[in-house]
Each structure stands twice: as structure tokens, then as C-alpha cells.
Design a protein around this ligand. Structure first.
Ligand SMILES: Cc1ncc(COP(=O)(O)O)c(C=O)c1O
Length: 384
């Protein structure tokens, strides 16, 4: 049998099976309440399911166009116009992908050449770094510390060198559930102005923003928009993470290069889902999901209020961080295992999202769950 390490050099020697798989498996084996991985466990819209069934029955089962179904790109263009008063051209500036993950990988591959530097903001969603490294790039992490996870842009700026080619941002942010403000975006615009730095803006939680705040898409800032790839995910917006359907929006010249990679990585996204989602999106109210998640966030916080976990503010996404420093001084990963094995609830250590393992005694819980699941989890956590 071929010994991989003797015959071939690993491109990602440090990468192990993702923590979501590890913790998810342990939670299943132990029968624990699982608030770890970010997926909803409630019912998908029956209308959407019927639309997929209809699309399949009507024969929309062969390859979608490489760029994605035009009807869906048009719906996206219209929905973006309604939300932000801006138009991305359906023909030349929008590409439908096999989920946000593929969209992100493709954007990184489009920009990063051997030796290029990319700045990511840690804690960072775990697919950014490997994508950069696979493409021969160098990851420069900017680390958020303390409990408010705010960017100090003067410090951030110090990471920029002549080799910086890409900055990856994510708002609303996984795992911290913070959102970038207008001032943040203006600062980013300022420091990238007159440079050849591209921006990858991961906006997969754009429709989950709380407290009446406005999602600050890079699209709203002209000098940022011209250098940015915006990534979105229907899987997140319509609670169908298993469908792996997303998109990338970028100005025409960037999209042209992007599609060269896209067509050679996946060629096209899933066809029947695209047909169904295009029809579902023709009712704009189907995108209004913030109230649903805000209610869930508040319900879980209320259930947790007599616990010794301290909720840090969640401004968007379907996560909330809970600080446990009054309960234990164990490291986050050790405390996650204790919670799982001794109490039966699964969360995610935020230290996992830092390349240096920065440990702030906080866990990420996903509240995109049925009330029953949240009640069960909180009942256990209140006793810890
Ligand atoms: C911040 C962030 N970006 C991208 C993705 C990937 O999106 P998708 O499931 O559509 O591939 C996720 C999924 O968890 C995420 O949290």
C-alpha cells in the first residue's frame, strides 16, 4: 500500500478533521444536546420543499448553466437592489456556487498566487486559512482579543505589506456574532484605497442581523465594492445547510477571472435547488428571517439567565458566545469535553478559531434550534 507521507507531500500537514465533525460525532455517541455545529434543526419551509419536488418532477435535473440559472441571478440582483439600492448585473457579476464554502475557496484561488499574503481576522471561520495555504499564500492573522471583539484599525493596518493581496472579512461574524459597523467599513475602505488589495467579504449571515441594525455590506462602499468578492449562502438564509447552494457577487472584471476557476472546480451548482430557490425568492418576505432568529436568541438568553454562564452580546448570525469563567478555569477545549461527557451538552471552543489557540473562556452555542432543544440544553446548563 502506498504510504502517502513517503510518496507525496501533504499540502495541509497541520489540518485535522474539523472540530464540528469531531464534536458532532461525540455528541451523537453520547446522546448529548447538540448546540455545536451551525445548522437549524427545525422544519424547512414546506413551500420550498414543494418547489424542489416540482422542479425535479418537471425535469430540471440536468446541468445548470456554469454561471448559475439566470432566473436565480436575476432574483438575487433584485433582492440586492431592494436591500441596498445597488444593482449587481445578473449576467456578468453574479455566479451561483455549490455553497458559501466553494464560493470562498474559488475567490481565494482567483486572487492568491504563490507567496501572496492574505490577512484574516481571528477568531476566523476555519476554511479561510487552508484555502490560502493550498494556493501557496501566506496567512497573516489579525487577532481580536477581550470580550468585545472590536477591530483596532490602526493596529490592523500594521499587518499590510507590499505582498498583501487579500483581506477576508466576515459580517455578521462566525463565531463571535459581532457585526461590522459603517465606521469599520469606512476604515477598511480608507486603508485599501489606492492599493491593489482585494477584499473577500463573507456575508453568509447577511439576513440575520438583530436590534434593527443594518447589515453593512461592502457593496455599500464604492471604493470597497470595486475590489470585493461578496459571498452569500442560500443554505443559511433558508435553513437548508445540506443543500450547499450559495453565490458570489463581484464587479465584471473580477467575476470574469472568478468564473475561470469556478468552472474548473465545480462547473455548476445544483440545478433543481436553483430553480426552486429562484421561485421562492420571488416573495421578498421569505428573506426576512431576522425576527425568527432574534426571538430564538432572546428565548435562549432568558432560559440561561439563572445559569453561571454569561452571555456576550450577539448582534447577528445564529450563534452566541457564553463566558464560563465563573464556573471553571479549564481551557475551552477541556471544558467542552467536560460539558459533553459529564453534563450532555455540546458547544464549540472559540479557541479553535485562533491559530495561536487564544483562550478567553468562551464557548459558542448555536441557537438555531427548536424551542424544545433550547429548553433541554438550558435546563442542563443552568445546573453546571
Ligand atoms: C462564516 C461562514 N462562512 C461560510 C460558511 C459556509 O457556507 P455554506 O454552508 O453555504 O458552504 C459558513 C458555514 O457555516 C460560515 O459560518
Amino acid at each position: 500500500m502506498i504510504n502517502f507521507s513517503a510518496h507525496m507531500k501533504s499540502k495541509l500537514p497541520g489540518v485535522k478533521t474539523t472540530i464540528f465533525t469531531q464534536i458532532g460525532q461525540m455528541a451523537n455517541e453520547l446522546g448529548a444536546v447538540n448546540l455545536s455545529q451551525g445548522f437549524p434543526n427545525f422544519e424547512v419551509s414546506p413551500e420550498l420543499i414543494n418547489l424542489v419536488t416540482k422542479a425535479m418532477k418537471e425535469g430540471h435535473n440536468q446541468y445548470a448553466p456554469m454561471q448559475g440559472l439566470l432566473e436565480l441571478r436575476q432574483q438575487l440582483s433584485d433582492s440586492f437592489y431592494r436591500d441596498y439600492g445597488l444593482r449587481y448585473d445578473a449576467e456578468d457579476e453574479i455566479t451561483i456556487t455549490a455553497g458559501g464554502t466553494q464560493a470562498i475557496y474559488t475567490a481565494i484561488s482567483t486572487v492568491i498566487h504563490e507567496g501572496d499574503e492574505a490577512i484574516i481576522i481571528e477568531p476566523a471561520f476555519d476554511i479561510y486559512s487552508p484555502g490560502i495555504v493550498i494556493n501557496g499564500g501566506i496567512v497573516r492573522p489579525y487577532r481580536l482579543t477581550g470580550d468585545d471583539y472590536k477591530i483596532n484599525w490602526s493596529e490592523f493596518k500594521l499587518l499590510i505589506t507590499r505582498n498583501t493581496k487579500l483581506i477576508i472579512i466576515n459580517t455578521p461574524h462566525n463565531p463571535t456574532s459581532t457585526i461590522l459597523s459603517k465606521e469599520d467599513m469606512l476604515k477598511l475602505q480608507d486603508i485599501t484605497n489606492n492599493t491593489d488589495i482585494m477584499v473577500l467579504s463573507d456575508e453568509v449571515y447577511e439576513h440575520i442581523v438583530f436590534g434593527g441594525e443594518k447589515h453593512q455590506s461592502v457593496a455599500l462602499f464604492p471604493n470597497l465594492a470595486e475590489r470585493s468578492f461578496i459571498v452569500g449562502s442560500f443554505s443559511k438564509t433558508f435553513h437548508v445547510t445540506g443543500w450547499k447552494t450559495g453565490f458570489c457577487m463581484a464587479p465584471k472584471a473580477l467575476t470574469k477571472e472568478y468564473r475561470k476557476i469556478h468552472q474548473n472546480v465545480v462547473f455548476a451548482g445544483n440545478r433543481p435547488m436553483q430553480t426552486a430557490i429562484a421561485e421562492y425568492m420571488s416573495s421578498p418576505q421569505n428573506m426576512e428571517i431576522s425576527p425568527l432568529y432574534e426571538k430564538k436568541r432572546d428565548y435562549f438568553m432568558e432560559l440561561m439567565k439563572d445559569s453561571r454562564f454569561r452571555a456576550l452580546p450577539s448582534h447577528g448570525s445564529y450563534f452566541q458566545l457564553y463566558k464560563y469563567d465563573e464556573i471553571s478555569d479549564e481551557k475551552e477545549m477541556d471544558f467542552v469535553i467536560t460539558l459533553l461527557k459529564e453534563h450532555g451538552v455540546a458547544g464549540i471552543p472559540v479557541s479553535y478559531f485562533y491559530s495561536n489557540g487564544y483562550d478567553n473562556k468562551v464557548l459558542r452555542f448555536c441557537f438555531a434550534k427548536t424551542d424544545e432543544t433550547l429548553e433541554k440544553a438550558a435546563e442542563i446548563l443552568r445546573k453546571v
